[in-house]
Write a protein that binds this ligand. Structure first.
Ligand code: ADP
Ligand code: MG
Ligand code: MG
Length: 760
């Protein structure tokens, strides 16, 4: 490659010219009004880095050619700018020198621009964004135009569409009688670009036309720098515009309608972050208010409500229709109902992987975690931050996207599924192979799942049905009953309640299939703490049920082996509900380790037409996949428990005590409870899928669990050939997008192979 290339020459190699250089070459070839100039290539930079030599002779000749083209000499009516131009955009990190008016100056400006590749800002930016420092930068030498010449001059930045909403039509700012720096540095406040319409209508019209033209050429939204000199328009730069999630989705869908891009391209272009940014409530105006306190941005979205300090008050207040924010020193699994009832969660302790964060994210509730500066006094029902006191019932606003907490109620915007997102999802449905279902335990969640486009309910847990306060007394009766007939009474009562629950669920389904998981809770969880009980008989029973390691204890199908009545009751309740409200129901058995357990539950299901499956969440079940497959209709990997089993550590202890350190030290790259551990858990799953399909080709295999909605994990699950993922309703659009992207990437990857084969 030569050391110098003029804009009018045709090479477009960004690793020689940098992004800015390429954009100037492209625009020159499109015939746009670009001040003429040339690029000193990255090869020249690399030589300079080694030897400190610039290709002086070539540069001198190039300046002479530029002078000839313009008809003026450097310093005598001609000045140039020297602009940095890297192959990866590093906005504002490197130097640009304007108004260069002689050859001494030019060479020193070139030196300065080249040196700025290694200034502290740029080095730090590259480190953060993992940009290799070997890439190097080019330098652009371009004839100056003057936005500060007279009152018919100025400078501006233009987006080809609105970068925050995606609305069609140009969007931008213009500063009269100024050069570029005045605009970007923020020292002067610009006017909307529309002001040009009245001042210089022809310039405005030309800008609109050019924005369209550049979009058509680059097939993407553009961010354009321009200058007007004495009423004449010049374009100085164009690049792909950064945009909000909403704008990303809207512009991608609009561009398909405008036939600028294909639906495939639209799907590949939108990112999972774009969608999560789009789906949460947010603070209406950009907030200039000082936050009361800052914490970790644990779950995105914004919410306002009255402060409550415990889950019971949260539920009680929410029942009355009050919006509440649950404020806790930290959260425990008992807080689930409180989190569900609250608009958002604020905790003093805990990180991004804390229970509060995970649960809130799963439910789509905003959460700020680890706001260490708040001091909570649960007895006095108040918290304080540096002297400010907030009492129960006072209103606060949390912004989980930023991790900020504000006093009072700030305006929050409801963001719902937009028309464009629905359209994008319908394309995703057409491309993807992986099914996407929802985890839902209540009619409300089923309704939500349908709104978000779930293709079924992949996991309906029944624990919550037992946990409601009025149910607890009945199940306690069952556990504590000293004789068989009292037990039977209690179980019949429970059966009646469950039948009603199932009826409500089935009514909401409207044709969607559902997988109901039989109870997976150790009995002792239904009992009060021993020291809260006076009755010695009851105390004795509580002591008997106590477990050394409840996680690995008497739960799931193991409970059904010793007390089949509960599963029996659940199955009958489902059948009775089905008799009244027909639905497509399958039953899933938790914690299975051997086919014998599945067989036992199948006996309870004798005569039923429901499909039976096992939850694959123990290592042994995975190793016995072939034998299990022969006995059941489907598998569903429970990746939360399976991850615990494979790592041999419990999620709660890990996240509370050591996982953060593991992540900081890089011993583990990701929290395996958030991002599926491909190398360990994934390996085991692949083995299980292989043996299961060998034993029974048509077996249906799904995955439920936190990780089943996480983008990287979904991509991986697509490649190992599972049939569907099941995730929280809010994550469905993300899972669908990624599943479609994975399918499209697969198509692209297999294309060249086919050609190769055909060539042979
Ligand atoms: P950055 O890489 O930080 O975007 P630029 O190379 O785009 O820096 O230069 C910053 C600003 O300087 C531009 O936005 C433009 O307003 C001004 N500028 C650069 N070259 C010229 C030129 N030839 N004539 C007029 N203004 C220029
Ligand atoms: Mg620029
Ligand atoms: Mg489980």
């Amino acid at each position: 490659m030569a050391y110098v290339q003029f804009f009018a020459e045709k090479e477009k190699d960004k690793f020689q010219l940098g992004n800015k250089g390429v954009s100037l070459v492209e625009m020159t070839h499109l015939g746009l009004p670009v001040p003429p100039g040339f690029v000193i290539t990255i090869d020249a930079y690399k030589r300079w880095r080694e030897t400190k030599l610039l290709p002086s002779e070539t540069i001198t000749e190039s300046v002479a050619a530029l002078e000839k083209e313009i008809g003026r000499k450097l310093g005598k009516g001609l000045e140039v700018s020297v602009r940095s131009s890297g192959p990866v955009s590093m906005p504002g990190m490197m130097d640009t020198v304007l108004n260069v008016s002689d050859m001494g100056q030019l060479f020193s400006a070139l030196g300065r621009v080249f040196e700025s590749w290694d200034n502290m800002r740029a080095v730090e930016y590259r480190r953060l964004n993992k940009i290799p420092s070997t890439l190097g930068t080019a330098a652009v030498v371009q004839a100056m135009v003057y936005g500060n010449r007279d009152e018919r001059s100025g400078t501006g930045v233009l987006f080809s569409r609105n970068p925050s909403t995606g609305e069609a039509g140009i969007f931008g700012e213009y500063l009269s009688q100024a050069q570029g720096d005045d605009l970007v540095s923020g020292t002067r406040t610009p006017k909307p670009v529309e002001t040009l319409k009245a001042m210089m209508p022809d310039v405005y019209a030309r800008l609109e036309e050019i924005a369209k033209r550049l979009e058509r050429h680059f097939c993407d939204m553009q961010d354009i720098e321009f200058t007007v000199e004495s009423g004449k328009l010049y374009i100085l730069q164009t690049r792909t515009a950064k945009r909000s999630g909403q704008a990303a989705v809207k512009s991608a869908v609009d561009m398909v309608e405008e036939e600028l891009i294909t639906p495939e391209e639209a799907i590949s272009r939108v990112t999972p972050d774009d969608i999560s940014g789009l789906l949460h409530k947010r603070l209406k105006a950009p907030v200039t208010l000082r936050p009361l306190v800052k914490g970790l941005n644990a779950a995105p979205g914004a919410a306002s409500g009255r402060v409550v300090f415990d889950p019971v008050s949260a539920v009680a207040e929410a029942r009355k229709g009050t919006s509440v924010i649950l404020v806790r020193p930290e959260t425990s699994p008992d807080d689930i109902q409180g989190i569900a009832a609250a608009e958002g969660v604020l905790t003093q302790r805990g990180g991004l992987t804390s229970h509060a964060a995970i649960v809130a994210r799963g439910m789509g509730k905003p959460c700020v975690c680890g706001a260490e500066d708040i001091l909570i006094d649960t007895l006095a029902r108040q918290f304080s931050v540096n002297g400010t006191l907030v009492q129960e019932g006072e209103e606060i606003t949390i912004d989980g996207t930023m991790g900020n907490v504000y006093l009072g109620r700030l305006a929050v915007e409801e963001v719902s599924l937009t028309q464009e997102l629905m359209e994008l999802m319908s394309w995703a449905d057409g491309f993807k192979r992986l099914g996407v279902r929802a985890n839902a335990d209540t009619p409300q969640m089923i309704a939500q799942a349908k709104t978000f486009g779930a293709e079924g309910i992949g996991l309906c847990r029944t624990e919550r049905m037992f946990n409601a306060p009025e149910r607890l007394s009945v199940i306690r009766e069952f556990i504590l009953a000293e004789n068989g007939s009292k037990r039977t009474d209690a179980i019949e009562h429970l059966g009646q309640l469950q039948k009603e629950d199932f009826g409500f669920l089935f009514r909401e389904l409207q044709g969607l299939p559902i997988i109901i998981r039989l109870l997976d809770l150790p009995l002792h969880e239904f009992l009060p703490p021993e020291d809260e009980v006076a009755d010695p008989q009851v105390r004795k029973r509580i002591a008997e049920l106590k477990e050394t390691n409840p996680m690995l204890g008497h739960r799931g199908v193991r409970l059904a082996v010793t007390s089949p009545q509960i599963y029996q009751m659940q199955i009958e309740a489902i059948e009775k509900a089905l008799a009244e409200v027909p639905a497509d129901v399958s039953v899933m058995i938790p914690q299975v380790v051997t086919a014998q357990e599945a067989l036992m539950v199948k006996r309870l299901l004798k005569g039923s037409r429901m499909k039976v499956g096992v939850m694959m969440e123990t290592v042994r079940a995975c190793m016995r996949a072939a034998q299990l497959a022969e006995e059941v209709d489907f598998f569903s990997f429970g990746t939360n428990d399976l991850t615990q089993a494979v790592f041999s550590f419990s999620r709660e202890d890990a996240e509370k005590k050591f996982l953060t350190t593991y992540l900081t030290l890089g011993i583990l790259q990701d929290n395996p409870f958030e991002v599926l551990d491909v190398k360990g858990v994934g390996r085991l799953m692949e083995t299980a899928v292989f043996w299961a399909r060998r034993a029974k080709k048509e077996i249906e295999i799904g995955v439920c669990g936190e990780q089943a909605g996480e983008p990287r994990s979904v991509r991986y699950l697509h490649t190992i050939g599972v049939d569907y993922v099941s995730t929280s309703p809010f994550r469905i659009p993300i899972a669908k997008l990624v599943a479609a992207q994975a399918a499209l990437a697969g198509r692209r990857d297999s294309q060249p192979d086919k050609e190769k084969e055909e060539g042979k």
